[in-house]
Design a protein around this ligand. Structure first.
Ligand code: CA
Length: 230
């Protein structure tokens, strides 16, 4: 019994074969294609649960594939990007990718990212109003936060930022996503605002950027909430 069907979109045959074996070994059903055009057709016909998408493809590239598939699919997409193409990762995340893995990568890392994306994608009809993390309690209904049992005073902006994090656990949130979600659609490039507020929020949560328990910095890209809810 397979746990999910994943569509692999990769033009490198050897890499695709290796990925197929890793996913099959972990009980995934695997669909595979070598071009963006083929991916769009398979996606529409067979509706896989998740997509692993290489950005460098012949024909339409990974970005264009992503843009087109997002018009009709909400399946989580994990992008494979070449090393040192930071801008590509940001663009892919902003275009609707859920996460990325940099080549060359450990297949276990990719599997973990796909599993995490599938968990987030599975519908939670009514999420709990109170989220608990080690040493932290966030009540989304009353908008109150307690750290080690003590009530924490957060500004409206800090609270909204925290809410974005705890509502998207494990997901890499880009600067642009957070700025638009918290400050509004007119924002997107003011990463300095975000840095200031993340620093304040970390301080109030007692988090350490160098050894984070809650907010991990993805350098040049965004932030990720890493605490597991209890
Ligand atoms: Ca490629």
């Amino acid at each position: 019994m397979s746990i999910a069907t994943v569509l692999l979109v990769e033009d490198d045959d050897a890499l695709r074969r290796a990925l197929r074996m890793s996913f099959r070994a972990r009980d995934f059903d695997v669909l595979e294609v070598a071009t963006g055009e083929a991916a769009l057709t398979v996606l529409a016909d067979q509706q896989p649960d998740a997509v692993v998408l290489d950005l460098g493809l012949p024909g339409i590239d990974g970005f264009e594939t992503l843009r087109r598939l997002r018009t009709y699919s909400t399946a989580p997409v994990i992008v494979l990007s070449a090393r040192d193409h930071q801008r590509d990762k940001v663009d892919a995340l902003d275009a609707g990718a859920d996460d990325y893995v940099t080549k060359p990568f450990d297949p276990e890392e990719l599997l973990a990212r796909v599993r995490a994306a599938l968990r987030r994608a599975s519908p939670v009809p009514t999420g709990p109003a109170v989220l608990r993390f080690p040493g932290l309690e966030v009540d989304l209904a009353s908008r109150s936060v307690r750290r080690d049992g003590e009530s924490l005073h957060l500004t409206k902006t800090e609270l909204e930022l925290l809410e974005q994090f705890v509502r998207n656990p494990g997901k890499l949130l880009t600067h642009q996503f957070l700025l638009r979600a918290v400050w509004g659609p007119g924002y997107g490039s003011e990463s300095n605002y975000l840095r200031v507020y993340v620093r304040q929020l970390r301080r109030k949560l007692g988090d350490d950027a160098a050894q984070p328990r809650f907010i991990l910095t993805e350098s040049g890209i965004g932030y990720r909430w890493i605490a597991e809810s209890e």
